[in-house]
Ligand binder design. Structure first.
Ligand code: ADP
Ligand code: MG
Length: 464
């Protein structure tokens, strides 16, 4: 096997960054070229999850980059230490993520040939991005996060089943995959079956049709952990519910961990049999909610770091103040910002962020005051900068307009005390409450001050 020289490797990485920036991640730094052999460039990954992910999701860009860097018609093969000795056959049945060499017994038992690929057109591939390290825990998801960690530490005993529910883009799939990855890190032998509810149902009907129910039972009932994403799709599906009921019982009785995600709490899933609702409630039911302002900033920062990109704090704050729906949209905004900067060869700053958000962010609803309008009015009136308002400075010339901003934000927007405090320099909700009381109290005794506050209030309200 010939070695790849370091200049070629650098060229390969640079080509990826320049042409396929969207797939590049900080953990690519852990990749190592092993060498070239008979037209193949072998690249070693730190874990099996990385290997499986790159092989399934990033092969084409890497092939292109390898051909560019070497000037030869090479194909890329990803290997981890485990897979250099044995090949994984079934990506949906995951096993081995230790990065350590392990014996053949740690390789998941391949499924019978006729089950491989027949039903899994799109096998569920774990994303190395979806780890606990990359998950931001905040008031909106603290219980779900803690429970997920506990389950990963003690599968089958901590909470069984673990049922995580909440709206789209709030981190359910991320948590499910983080549990799988943490368990596999600690114990590569753990047999985990991670599927979407759709895949479960499709495989079930396929097996019914082909008279392969014993294979189906074998697949679903002989695992150490069953993880099913978006279980709410069982709504209305009587036969699938029946089958899932027996799968659940079999695993539960043998203390095998079951983890489920759903867009609604068990008793809110339409037409879900009572016996399933009650079983889903046996363990722990935890909700994930919308992230607050500070959590949104932390999520944005984490997503930028994952892409090895520095984004200034004021830009993160601007995005977090404009996008409050869910983490998926936040991630979309960061990805787009990075792409814009790259395409136009511009620095990531407030101008670029405003341009991007202006064009695309959900327009403020007609009858709603935005934080930006408040800030514009107050900074102009008091001749201060937003950075000062967000700083720790306690000089009266800064605290007074800051308090008025908080008062105006509370009166005119739907942001919580916590969010308002977060925006104005990471202050907690008691500080915001105190500011509001201060403005009210002073308005009672100081007519000029009261008139100023009212004037600002009318000014921002007149804009909507
Ligand atoms: P869901 O399954 O609830 O629809 P996902 O788990 O697919 O949502 O999350 C959507 C995106 O948002 C993913 O990229 C995920 O990493 C990210 N995300 C969601 N919540 C968080 C969080 N608390 N910390 C970091 N990233 C998050
Ligand atoms: Mg999901």
């Amino acid at each position: 096997m010939t070695r790849l020289d370091s200049a070629q490797w650098q060229r390969l990485m640079e080509y990826l960054r320049d042409n396929h920036g969207a797939i590049c991640r900080q953990w690519f730094e852990e990749l190592e070229p092993v060498g070239m052999d008979s037209g193949w460039l072998e690249i070693q990954t730190a874990t099996n999850v990385q290997q499986n992910y790159l092989q399934n999701k990033c092969l084409e860009p890497f092939n292109e980059a390898a051909q560019h860097a070497t000037g030869a018609l090479v194909g890329v093969k990803f290997v981890s230490e485990t897979t250099r000795t044995a090949s994984l056959k079934q990506p949906a049945l995951i096993g081995g993520d230790s990065g350590k060499p392990s014996s053949n017994t740690s390789i998941p038992r391949p499924l019978p040939d006729h089950m491989v690929g027949d039903y899994d057109a799109e096998p569920m591939v774990l994303s190395p991005d979806y780890s606990f390290d990359n998950f931001i825990s905040g008031p909106n998801n603290r219980l779900a996060y803690a429970a997920a960690v506990a389950v990963a530490d003690q599968p089958g005993t901590a909470y069984n089943p673990l049922f995580i529910h909440g709206g789209v883009g709030l981190g359910k799939t991320h948590l499910l995959q983080a549990i799988c990855q943490k368990i596999l890190n600690a114990n590569p032998d753990h047999q985990i079956l991670y599927v979407s509810c759709d895949a479960f149902m499709n495989q079930f009907f396929e097996c019914v049709r082909n008279g392969q129910m014993s294979e189906f039972h074998h697949r679903y009932r002989h695992v150490d952990m069953l993880v099913i994403d978006d279980i709410h799709f069982l709504a209305d599906k009587e036969r699938s519910q029946e089958e899932f009921f027996h799968t659940f019982n079999e695993l539960y009785q043998r203390d095998k961990q079951i983890v489920l995600s759903s867009d609604a709490a068990p008793n809110e899933i339409p037409k879900l049999e009572e016996r399933l609702v009650s079983r889903f409630n046996w363990g722990l039911v935890a909700q994930v909610g919308k992230p607050c302002f500070e959590t949104r900033i932390a999520i944005l920062r984490a997503k930028a770091e994952l892409r090895s990109v520095q984004v200034p704090d004021d830009v993160l704050e601007l995005i977090a103040s404009r996008i409050d729906s869910n983490a998926r949209e936040l991630e979309g905004a960061i990805t787009k910002l990075i792409a814009h900067a790259k395409l136009q060869n511009l620095p990531i700053n407030m101008d670029l962020a405003r341009e991007m958000l202006g064009a695309d962010a959900p327009a403020p609803r007609n009858n709603q005051v935005t934080l930006q309008a408040i800030i514009d009015a107050v900074t102009h009136f008091y001749n201060v900068k937003l950075q000062d308002l967000q700083s720790r400075r306690r000089h009266k010339s800064i605290t007074e307009p800051r308090q008025i901003c908080m008062w105006l934000a509370r009166k005119n927007t739907r942001f919580s005390l916590e969010e308002i405090g977060g925006y104005f320099g990471g202050r907690d909700h008691t500080t915001v409450m105190h500011s509001i009381k201060t403005v009210d109290a002073r308005s009672e005794t100081d007519a000029t001050y009261a008139a100023q506050v009212q004037q600002l209030n009318q000014q921002i309200q007149a804009q909507v």
